[in-house]
Design a protein around this ligand. Structure first.
Ligand code: ADP
Ligand code: MG
Length: 211
């Protein structure tokens, strides 16, 4: 499904990704761990098309996407701080990518309703995002990432900074949801227990590179 081969990224002559290769099969949930500064976010940015690789190739469903711009890659991304659009309400946040694609209003409404139901927040569709609780905002960020049916979902430390109870609840719900949808997922975390709880397979980024 997602196949990255020999990716190299260097910042100001400091190598960050050194010949990194990773493969994720269709429907697999893979957790990626590694210490702070080891290149986890950089890898996700390369896969999403937000970062240019010095060399290496990225395949998605057998197609090489290395030169493809981010908005054509069909990849969903959730950040630690959600990065919801503050001036748009919940429904408009979720439908944004569909609107950009020129999706008809009726279909857009259906898809937004579907993912809102998936994350259990149908009743909040018209809420301003700055009025959401931390847990609600996280669920909306996941719904927004899933609405355009991405081929791969990338989660960058999505559950950091949440209190213990909320962390446990969201982790369990996220695991259930990903399996329900069969979503191919790369879940980045520095929390080994979180990685083991959610993933089919846990990889350490340091073991994916060859020097
Ligand atoms: P992680 O997500 O594993 O904590 P990052 O991918 O964010 O690691 O960063 C890896 C390394 O690359 C760090 O040393 C970081 O300082 C550096 N880095 C990240 N982005 C940039 C950038 N745009 N310019 C220069 N250095 C960067
Ligand atoms: Mg990071």
């Amino acid at each position: 499904m997602l196949d990255c081969r020999n990716l190299v990224v260097t910042y100001e002559s400091t190598p960050v990704l050194q010949n990194l290769s990773i493969y994720i099969g269709a429907g697999e949930v893979v957790a990626l761990t590694g210490p702070s500064g080891s290149g986890k976010t950089t890898l996700l940015r390369c896969i999403a098309g937000l970062e240019v690789v010095d060399s290496g190739t990225i395949f998605l469903s057998g197609e090489e996407i290395t030169p493809k711009p981010a908005h054509l890659r069909r990849i969903g991304l959730v950040f630690q701080d959600n990065q919801l659009f503050p001036h748009l309400n919940v429904a408009k946040n979720i439908s944004y990518s569909l609107m950009i694609q020129g999706t008809k209003q009726k279909l857009m409404d259906e898809k937004v309703a579907e993912v809102l139901e998936l994350v259990g927040l149908t009743h909040l569709s018209q809420r301003e995002v700055f009025k959401l609780s931390g847990g609600e905002a996280k669920r909306i960020a996941v719904a927004r990432a899933l609405v355009a049916q991405p081929k791969v979902l990338l989660l960058d430390e999505p559950l950091n900074g949440l209190d213990k109870e909320l962390h446990a609840r969201l982790l369990a719900d996220l695991g259930t949801l990903l399996r329900l949808r069969g979503t191919t997922t790369l879940h980045v975390t520095h929390d080994q227990d979180e990685a083991n709880a959610i993933a089919d397979r846990v990889l350490d980024i340091r073991n994916l590179m060859s020097h």
